[in-house]
Design a protein around this ligand. Structure first.
Ligand code: COA
Ligand code: NAD
Length: 700
């Protein structure tokens, strides 16, 4: 096997080339190769300096994350030893940077004596996003180069900074245009001409962070027990400013070794790869020719339409929004402007950018305005007949090759596709509310959806900053279908005697952003109830009079959630408080439907009854081929439903609980509650995987 590292020389300057596609990640052969290159440099008396640079799209973007899973154990030590050797050189070591200099890549750059970078370079230590902290002295060298305050910010947020900030902060010494090899050589020549002594980051003094900044970071970290890496990161930066380098190194090593095998880090690493896997569609070649998307049309400027339009304006795509009335159009566009202005007030956009984005949005009352769009997304009321009528119009009016998408949450995408008369052009684009903020996009693949339509929408989704996940066609697709069983159990638990606060607290204590009752109050009890009523009428829901009786009752009483001041809770502004009236309603419903009430229901039962049926539904979705892989389901729940990322998503969690345990508990609840409607029927896949198999190894 050829080494990813080669050593050559140009005149009196040594050149270490790193070529390890796709992102020059650090691996075993990388470290061995770097050590050998250093052997060559150390042995070459005729060289005055050495330049490290990378081939391909980026400088080193970090350690190979897959190598963390090495069953024989991952150790940062071999890399750290090479970094120490690199820094100890008496002749200048120059890093020539381009692309994304991340994690171990930045740690490598910081062990060099001088850093020159191309203007497109971005730098960061994103390890906290993977549940760890930098393990190769990033937490010790960065504070010495840029001061503890900025280091604390970068290490705890994992955010990247651009070149200008890096230059100002002293992380990068020089900016230059050109090929990495050329800018490295030029920087080396310039440095040698000054005859300046080598500058080692480990030997610099730390400019300390103010005490209140460190204390605030500690307090913030303490609020996030699911992310122990934050507190660890703060401890490391504190060590950097209070202790000698070698002692700080020991602190970092201890924290890193503790975090790497932690369940939360494994979960976050799983999500990193799940996100990249989700972009790959089985059977669809990577080089599928995409349809160009230069102009987008949206139908409906309501809650969803306006937010969806913002996504395209944000990346400079002209977008036309069609409404039924001028009043509705102005209202929708007004909300979009208000949203942009709120971002401007927070300093995230300039007034000029707000103007430019608004200029890209054009309103219209006539479908003719959609004739030259490459993609039209309908976001009108959730009503099959209305959507079919609109789809028929779109099929006739849009140009050949234009993609027709629907933002439906629950309706049959195949039926809508048929209505257009050109089903191959149709796909579901299920955005989540608020559509300009939520990262998830469920891309619904209809029976007839053309491969290039799917590929185009996946690519476009990434371009607008979404996490796209493909779903097949079924009621509610992946996310809402699973949410349906979750809500079902939430309601049964309340009718059986739990309070909405008990139900919400059970999952919120696990780290959920919001429990099911607060979630529905925010999304709208009316929206939830109408879906149940519509779907029940269509015959898709169980023929059980007690099924989701609570949401229908709240809806009938005008308790539509936060927006009406009452739903599962009573609201003062946005703050929920428990409402005795809901208990009275639950008692009446229990009485009417013969549901036995209990004084109280324990947290363990609540958690199991909310999550195990949801996991079971996920297994059914997998066995039916609606989702391609367990990781896709996890992404949907983390990116779209506030499932804690440090638990990895429901399917990852299922593996950690054990599929056998889940099967036993489903059987237990079937026995306890009776199962006339099949609520507790285990997925066939659960039966197949019981006996120690992990879903993570399931290949479909
Ligand atoms: N280790 C292993 N593989 C990595 C990797 C890493 N540190 N960084 C990226 N990759 C892989 C991806 O899995 C993907 O592989 P695939 O094509 O087989 O799916 C490929 O490199 C390209 O990555 P992708 O994210 O699709 O490309 P991008 O151009 O959008 O983004 C990065 C590139 C480097 C910005 C992004 O991948 C990233 O942020 N990587 C993680 C960096 C990190 O956390 N480093 C610290 C590690 S401790
Ligand atoms: P909404 O009621 O806020 O907006 C719908 C808009 O469509 C209204 O402004 C209405 O005037 C307009 N409209 C109706 N008929 C039209 C027509 N013939 N031509 C042009 N415009 C027309 O609804 P919403 O919440 O934005 O939902 C829209 C779609 O998005 C639905 O399919 C819904 O299921 C889906 N969805 C909603 C959410 C959510 O949380 N609100 C989340 C995901 C998906």
């Amino acid at each position: 096997m050829t080494s990813p590292i080669t050593f050559t020389q140009e005149g009196r300057i040594g050149l270490i080339l790193i070529d390890n596609p796709p992102v020059n990640a650090i691996s075993g052969p990388f470290i061995t190769g770097l050590a050998k290159a250093l052997d060559r440099f150390e042995a070459a008396d005729d060289l005055d300096a050495v330049v490290l640079y990378c081939a391909g799209r980026t400088f080193v973007a970090g350690a190979d994350i897959a190598s963390f899973e090495d069953p024989s154990g991952f150790s940062a030590k071999p890399f750290n030893t090479v970094l120490a050797r690199l820094e100890a050189q008496s002749r200048p070591v120059i890093a020539a940077l381009h692309g994304t200099v991340l994690g171990g890549g930045l740690e490598l750059a910081m062990a060099c004596h001088h850093r020159v970078a191309r203007p497109d370079t971005r730098l960061g230590l994103p390890e906290v996003k993977l549940g760890i902290i930098p393990g190769s002295l990033g937490t010790q060298r960065l504070p010495r180069l840029v001061g503890a305050e900025l280091a604390l910010d970068l290490v705890t947020t994992g955010r990247k900074i651009g070149l200008q900030q890096a230059l100002q902060a002293g992380l990068v010494d020089k900016v230059a245009e050109g090929e990495p090899r050329d800018i490295g050589l030029a920087a080396a020549e310039a440095l040698l001409a000054t005859d300046a002594p080598v500058r080692r980051a480990s030997e610099l003094d730390v400019s300390p962070a103010p005490a209140d900044v460190l204390a605030k970071a500690e307090a913030e970290a303490a609020k996030k027990p699911g992310w122990p890496q934050l507190a660890a990161a703060v401890r490391c930066v504190r060590a950097a400013q209070e202790l000698p380098f070698a002692e700080g190194e020991a602190v970092e090593a201890t924290e890193f070794a503790r975090l790497l095998p932690s369940p939360s880090s494994k979960a976050l690493r799983h999500l990193f790869f799940a996100e990249r896997e989700a972009a790959k569609i089985p059977g669809l070649p990577r080089d599928t020719k995409l349809r160009p998307i230069r102009k987008v049309g949206i139908i409906g400027a309501g809650t969803m339409g306006g937010g969806i339009a913002m996504n395209f304006a944000n990346i400079g795509i002209p977008t036309v929004i069609v409404e039924v009335s001028d009043a509705a159009l102005q209202c929708g566009l007004g909300l979009v402007r208000k949203n942009y202005e709120a971002s401007a007030a927070k300093g995230r956009l300039t007034a000029q950018q707000v103007g430019a984005r608004m200029n890209l949005l054009q309103g219209a009352l006539d479908y003719g305005a959609l004739a030259d769009c490459d993609l039209v997304i309908e976001a009108v009321f959730e009503n099959l007949a209305l959507k079919q009528e609109i789809c028929a119009k779109l099929g006739a009016i849009t140009k050949p090759g234009a993609i027709i998408a629907t933002n439906t949450s629950t309706l049959d995408v195949d039926a809508l596709a048929q209505a257009t008369g050109r089903p191959a052009d149709v796909v579901g684009m299920h955005f989540f509310s608020p559509a300009n903020v939520m990262r998830l996009l469920e891309v619904v693949r209809g029976t007839a959806t053309a491969p290039d339509v799917l590929a185009t929408v996946m690519k476009l989704a990434t371009a607008i900053g979404k996490v796209p996940v493909v779903s097949g066609v079924c009621y509610g697709f992946i996310g809402n279908r699973m949410a349906e069983v979750y809500m079902r159990e939430a309601e049964f638990l309340i009718m059986e005697g739990a309070e909405p606060t008990d139900v919400d607290a059970a999952v919120e204590s696990l780290g959920f952003a919001m429990g099911p009752c607060r979630m529905l109050d925010m999304a709208g009890v009316d929206v939830g109830a109408k879906t149940v009523i519509e779907h029940g009428r269509a015959g898709g829901l169980p023929d059980d009079p007690s099924y989701r009786a609570l949401v229908q009752k709240l809806f009938a009483m005008g308790r539509h959630g936060q927006k009406t001041g009452a739903g599962y809770y009573r609201y003062e502004g946005r703050a929920p408080s428990s409402d005795p009236q809901v208990k009275a309603i639950a008692e009446q419903l229990a009485d009417r439907h013969g549901i036995v009430r209990r004084q109280s229901i324990g947290r363990e039962e609540i958690t199991e009854r909310l999550l195990y049926p949801l996991i079971n539904e996920g297994l059914k979705i997998l066995e039916e081929g609606i989702a391609y892989r367990p990781g896709d389901i996890d992404l949907i729940w983390v990116a779209g439903y506030g499932f804690p990322d440090f638990l990895g998503g429901p399917m990852w969690m299922a593996d950690n609980i054990g599929l056998d345990v889940i099967a036993q508990r489903l059987a237990h609840y079937a026995g306890q509650r009776g199962d006339a409607y099949g609520y507790w029927r285990p997925a066939a896949l659960l039966g197949q995987l019981c006996g120690g198999m992990r879903l993570a190894h399931w290949k479909g």
